[in-house]
Design a protein. Structure first.
Length: 405
């Protein structure tokens, strides 16, 4: 069961000044209790460092929507489930109302006890009052970013439904009710980061690659899949989807199958760039050249999928673009399966390949679902920014009714 918090404060500065100051996220530690450091990695991703009850935590958080002088909205990637927005409303030329709307799902006994005592609401109110003192005590804002983030989404106040990826941790993220209360937007970000950061460091649940698989019909123990098995199955799925798309005469089915294909290929490529290509660079004799070749193919695939995403199946070019994607993917699959995968198995111990398989499966759960051909195809970018991009993609999918696997 979720809890909603709504708190407001009137600040004696114009709306532009209040909003500009709020966009200076790296200044948050000056008025958010418990937040030690915020680093803005890009327009939508923040890295947070906080110390709550003597426990230091670091995580990344994503901004879903940002409208100048109006709104900043977010939702959790992982950990304690929460989402919300901060709104800026001019009262007159020199006064602004700043309103925080937050919804969260307390998990575990400590968080539920804190929820019953209204800890989050009181902390949010205190942070807004500190923001008021901070901005009113200055001659003006310390800076301001006037760009927008996903202004066309118009998502209102995100509910906990926008934070589906964060569900299921049952309080295991180590974030207490007091920690969740550590500062307005910081509260949401603190709740967002723990499991995502753990996943991006490679220490998240890798159950897909641990132990043994048991065949349900026979009870025979099967060896766990290694990363080559996982990627080869992905290739087979993509090939089958392309065959179905090119074979169907139902336009609605063609659109749905295409959306699923794009989603799965994007997830596959991101996970590959995060965990497989670093292993190839390290272990294959011509690893650097092989990875650069594969990344070039990924770029071509992403550009083609971006074009396909915008085409309706009744468009005469739809089949042409699908056919081109089929050709590029076939070449990419042939390169990997005939040369690179055998070399990987010959060069890397099996237990390491099984471990990488688990990391790949975890990465796919957090990865973007739409092509972003202008984004860097790098391990660092995907680990730092990818989960935030993925969250925004999933929100767009939900709002548009787009079919994903």
């Amino acid at each position: 069961m979720s809890t909603k918090v709504q708190k407001s404060v009137e600040v004696d500065v114009p709306v532009r000044t209040a909003y500009n100051q709020w966009t200076q996220f790296e200044e948050f530690p000056q008025f958010m209790n418990g937040v030690q450091e915020v680093t803005q990695l890009d327009e939508t991703t923040l890295h947070w460092v906080a110390e709550i009850a003597g426990v230091r935590r670091e995580w990344d958080a994503a901004i879903l929507e940002q409208v100048p002088d109006t709104k900043v909205a977010w939702a959790a990637l992982a950990g304690a489930t929460n989402a919300g927005a901060v709104y800026f409303s001019p009262l007159d030329d020199g006064r602004t109302q700043v309103t925080l709307e937050l919804e969260y799902e307390p998990e575990g006994m400590v968080e539920k006890a804190g929820d019953a005592l209204g800890v989050v609401g009181r902390q949010a109110e205190a942070d807004l009052e500190r923001f008021k003192s901070f901005i009113e005590g200055r001659s003006g804002e310390t800076g301001g970013w006037r760009g927008g983030v996903n202004e066309d989404l118009d998502i209102g106040t995100p509910s906990v439904d926008a934070a589906d990826l964060s569900r299921g941790d049952d309080g295991k993220s180590g974030i207490s009710g007091k920690a969740v209360a550590a500062g307005a937007v910081g509260a949401a970000a603190l709740a967002a980061g723990a499991v995502a950061a753990k996943a991006m460091s490679g220490s998240a649940d890798t159950s897909a690659g641990e132990g043994v698989d048991v065949a349900p019909a026979t009870g025979v123990d099967l060896p766990p899949l290694d990363v080559v098995d996982v990627l080869t199955l992905d290739h087979q799925e993509a090939t089958e989807l392309l065959t179905q798309i090119l074979g169907t005469t139902d336009l609605g089915e063609a659109r749905e199958l295409t959306d699923v294909l794009i989603t799965e290929v994007v997830r596959h490529a991101v996970a590959e760039e995060m965990y497989v290509y670093p292993a190839m660079r390290k272990h294959l004799p011509d690893g650097e050249a092989a990875v650069e070749h594969d990344i070039a193919e990924h770029k071509e695939i992403e550009k083609t999928m971006k074009e396909l995403e915008a085409l309706n199946p009744e468009d005469p070019r739809f089949t042409e673009v699908v056919t081109h994607l089929d050709s590029v993917l076939a070449d990419h699959v042939a390169d990997e399966e005939s040369e690179q995968f055998p070399q990987l198995r010959a060069s890397v111990p099996r237990e390491e390949l099984v471990e990488i398989a688990g990391k790949v499966e975890t990465a796919k759960k957090l990865a973007p679902t739409r092509p972003h051909p202008s984004a860097p195809n790098s391990e660092l970018f995907h680990k730092a920014v990818g989960p935030g991009v993925g969250l925004v993609d999933r929100l767009r999918d939900r709002l548009s009714g787009r079919t994903v696997a």
